[in-house]
Design a protein around this ligand. Structure first.
Ligand code: 5GP
Ligand code: MG
Ligand code: MG
Length: 192
């Protein structure tokens, strides 16, 4: 897959497509079937999907619509201190959940796991609120994720260790609306 697959305003900035829009949609259906199987004993209690803003908003929208299990949707916003392309693991909650999760089955819906620092912090934070369970579904994972081992129930794609944009992921708040995941042309960074 090498064509930008999009004629939007940012298409010309894309060097290469890493995961195509069609492959993403197909994978989301697979992930939804797996999650349905995980919780089939609990069809009476709605699952609490927790998306991590902003990056996960597109994955959450598609995943929540594909999932055939009762579910409620919640979002948290966290900021991990660091530059725009790396994370430090020092996390601050910018927007917390709107409700108590005690006794609930929580599924964290993540866009990408890079170092895993943000996620491991978040999982500890959520676990301290006494949920019935906390699991993670992530669309993308990079090789560095092994450095901070976090248990992820399901992963869509293992991708190379490159900075990617699209499908919710930004560079300098741009490119989130692209329907695929891709790598930017090097000259884009120079211009920012
Ligand atoms: P981690 O703490 O796992 O290193 O990274 C956490 C967050 O950093 C991700 O949820 C995502 O928001 C951001 N991030 C990590 N890798 C990438 C990437 O390749 N592209 C973009 N746009 N954001 C990333
Ligand atoms: Mg994220
Ligand atoms: Mg970002």
């Amino acid at each position: 897959m090498t064509s930008p697959e999009s004629d939007g305003p940012y298409a010309a900035d894309i060097e290469r497509v890493v995961v195509s829009a069609a492959d993403i949609q197909e994978k989301i259906a697979e992930l939804a079937r797996k999650v349905e199987a995980d919780y089939q004993a609990d069809t009476d209690s709605p699952l609490l999907l927790v998306g991590v803003l902003k990056g996960a908003f597109v994955f959450m929208a598609d995943f929540a619509r594909e999932l055939r299990h009762p579910a409620e949707v919640e979002f948290m916003a966290v900021s991990s201190y660091g530059s725009s392309t790396t994370s430090s693991g020092v996390v601050r909650i910018l927007k917390d959940l709107d409700r108590d999760i005690a006794g609930r089955h929580v599924l964290v819906v993540e866009d990408i796991i890079d170092s895993g620092l943000t996620l491991s912090w978040l999982l500890r934070n959520l676990a301290s609120r006494n949920p019935a369970s906390v699991r993670v579904v992530a669309l993308l994972r990079k090789p560095d994720a092994v450095k901070v081992p976090v248990e992820v129930a399901h992963v869509g794609f293992d991708i190379p260790n490159e900075f990617v944009v699209g499908y919710g992921l930004d560079y300098d708040e741009r490119y989130r609306g692209l329907p695929f995941v891709g790598v930017l042309k090097p000259e884009v960074y120079g211009a920012a």
